[in-house]
Design a protein around this ligand. Structure first.
Ligand code: NIG
Ligand code: FE
Length: 411
């Protein structure tokens, strides 16, 4: 018996593997393959023909019967913790009002802030748990969850506590991002710089010290914060060793992405209006572009993200749901796979990379998640499909048959 196989606990046989170890170039497929798990990690993978001897009495063998395995999906941008909903604004938009117009009139993010402040932690948790459960059932094993509907220290903490608890309740890795600079709360109307001071001097130090946040994000936009304010938040995040992300170039080209690149941000998200100079800056800083087809669809945007330029410069592209009550109340990562193809004309391999290896990169988790490779976390989705493109091609019939989280079968 090979000593290499002695510690194996689980072995999938008769499976096809889309290992996603090749970025968005290929699926890095292993057909008629097998994959072994030990201590929550991938211990071995290869073709059935290469499978070494192992102790059949000790290893639990699962016959995959020709199914496909991919890395568990990573939803690297979400706002799933929030109070209330904004169906009324949806109705207003159908009656002719614009998203920015509603936001400027005190609706938008600010109306969700009211509902989130009023909600108890349990209420927020129960609602978010439902959303996360659905995402999990679609194959999500890691998710990023942002705060940003509190805009005061206590409610921001409440949101991040809920995010923490979600990760302790479901077998899903939760990365928490502090988004205190999401919008200007009403009590700071006309005093944006003072609010930014609160974010930088009170909130960020607290989130860092209490280890409630894994990253810091800013909404850099006309209806969000300007470049100078954004930079203050980035500097505070850096000073507390928190990685940076940015909502930028969603509705206009303010230069938030370029600024984020200066601070070695993990990602710039949305970026419909990003120009080539911004893309070059992203590449230099090895940032990931997080594309959000749900928001593009729901706001009926017409400006497509600069996909060709992102390809030309070799910038990694991730895909995420952006689940939130205003711009993307669409709680399905599987639907995003389809929309990224139909709206953004990404190829299925780019899209699958977007929710696996590139999703991991957008969260700074590239060395442990998003690929089927030896030493990586055994977060693995098993699909009843005949080829990987089916994951993008159809929507509405969930092809997930099993899900492994850290080597345990959880679905
Ligand atoms: O990612 N762009 C800013 N934040 C969210 C929208 C939040 C909202 O409208 O509630 C987004 O689209
Ligand atoms: Fe967002």
């Amino acid at each position: 018996m090979s000593t290499k196989t002695q510690h194996w606990q689980t072995l999938w046989t008769h499976v096809n593997l889309a290992t996603m170890t090749d970025g968005a170039k290929t699926y890095a497929t292993i057909e008629n393959g097998a994959i072994a798990i030990a201590n929550g990690k991938i211990a071995w993978l290869g073709t059935t023909a290469e499978l070494p001897d192992f102790d059949t009495a000790r290893v639990k063998v699962i016959d995959g019967k020709g199914a496909w395995l991919t890395p568990g999906f990573i939803d690297c941008h979400s706002h799933i913790v929030y109070g209330g909903n904004r169906a009324n604004e949806f109705e207003m938009r159908l009656e002719g009002k614009g998203y920015e117009e509603i936001a400027k009139a005190g609706g938008g993010i600010i109306s969700t802030v009211k509902a989130t402040r009023a909600a108890s932690e349990d209420e927020l948790f129960n609602r978010a748990l439902k959303r996360l459960t659905v995402l999990h059932q679609e194959g999500v094993t890691s998710i990023e969850i942002k705060s940003g509907y509190g805009l005061d220290t206590d409610t921001e903490i409440k949101m991040l506590n809920v995010a923490t608890k979600l990760g302790q309740t479901l077998p899903v890795t939760v990365q928490r991002t502090f988004l205190g600079a999401h919008a200007l709360p009403v009590e700071y109307q006309g005093r944006a710089d003072e609010y930014i001071d609160l974010v930088c001097k009170e909130m960020i130090p607290h989130m860092a010290k209490s280890k409630l946040a894994d990253a810091v994000d800013v909404f850099c936009e006309g209806i969000g914060f300007n470049l100078a304010q954004t930079e203050k938040v980035f500097a505070a995040a850096k000073a507390h060793n928190l990685p940076i992300k940015v909502h930028a170039e969603q509705l206009s080209n303010l230069g938030g992405t370029k600024l984020a690149a200066k601070y070695q941000a993990l990602s710039a998200d949305h970026i419909e209006f990003l120009d080539e100079a911004g893309i070059a800056a992203m590449k230099m800083a090895d940032m990931t572009a997080v594309l959000l087809p749900g928001a593009f669809y729901f706001l009926r945007e017409t400006q497509l993200p600069p996909i060709e330029l992102l390809r030309k410069h070799g910038v990694s592209m991730a895909i995420a749901t952006d689940v939130n009550p205003g711009s993307s109340p669409i709680n399905s990562l599987q639907l995003m796979l389809n929309m990224a193809c139909t709206f953004f004309r990404l190829t299925p391999v780019e899209v699958l990379a977007g929710v696996t290896c590139h999703g991991a990169k957008a969260l700074g988790l590239s060395s442990s998640k998003g690929q089927l490779a030896v030493g990586y976390d055994a977060d693995i989705a098993c699909w009843d499909i005949n080829q990987p493109a089916e994951l993008c091609y159809q929507f509405g019939v969930n092809p997930l048959t099993h899900l492994m989280k850290a080597g345990e079968i959880v679905i």
